[in-house]
Write a protein that binds this ligand. Structure first.
Ligand code: TMP
Length: 210
């Protein structure tokens, strides 16, 4: 049996990180994973060693370092190529499970629907960088752009988070379309933290219990 690849997606402020922390402390004792299998908790951008450096370049708030949309797409793609090669593929091939905060559909949503880069170009690059590794399950935490901004109002935004509500609305619409097309599990991020994590647990049990 190979390990499973689970991804959580959603716009900034949807609570992905909190849920990933909760699920990663539950999954290893859930009975779903084989005894000798480990859980690799990771994220994009920044899941690999080189990726951590790419993350700080990509999200740098200094206006002089703002990449063009194409450069931005390629930086996220470079981060993903390294992430798949060094972290995701080895983990899955060793029968370990991977839980990732974002993966390739974030690029479709942010760079495709958000920045208006041609979706076919993004999918072509994706087919190279993902190296045949796609999620077994994607969970979408849905929140409105307005609530996302309200939730983050006391935090210092990174470069992408500084784009404002119009951009975030386009990204969110993109995520909703992708969620429908790919039949993702959609959970309202306005529920309370425990309700959301219980719903995620039920989804994992339903999908992976054998
Ligand atoms: P994070 O805050 O969820 O770690 O993600 C960092 C930012 O990068 C977030 O605003 C979403 C953005 N992003 C993209 O624009 N494209 C991508 O492919 C990924 C993975 C993230």
């Amino acid at each position: 049996m190979k390990g499973k690849f689970i991804v959580i997606e959603g716009i900034d402020g949807c609570g992905k990180t909190t849920q990933i922390d909760k699920i990663s402390s539950w999954l290893p004792s859930s009975g779903l994973m084989e005894k000798n299998s480990k859980l690799v908790k990771t994220r994009e951008p920044g899941g690999s060693l080189l990726g951590r450096k790419l993350r700080s370049l990509i999200l740098d708030n200094n206006k002089n370092n703002k990449p063009s949309s194409l450069t931005e797409l390629l930086l996220y793609s470079a981060d993903r190529a390294e992430h798949v090669s060094k972290i995701i593929s080895p983990a899955l091939e060793n029968n370990n499970w991977v839980l990732s905060d974002r993966f390739c559909d974030s690029t479709l949503a942010y760079q495709g629907y958000g920045r208006n880069i041609n979706l076919e170009i993004i999918k072509n690059i994706e087919s190279i960088v993902c190296q045949g590794k796609y999620p077994d399950l994607t969970i979408f935490l849905e929140i409105s752009a307005k609530d996302s901004i309200l939730r983050r109002k006391n935090l210092i935004p990174d470069r992408i988070e500084s784009e404002g509500i119009k951009f975030l609305e386009k990204v969110n619409e993109g995520f909703k379309l992708i969620a429908k097309e790919k039949n993702w599990k959609v959970i309202s991020a306005t529920k309370n933290i425990n309700e959301i994590s219980n719903e995620i647990k039920e989804t994992l049990l339903k999908n992976f219990h054998n």
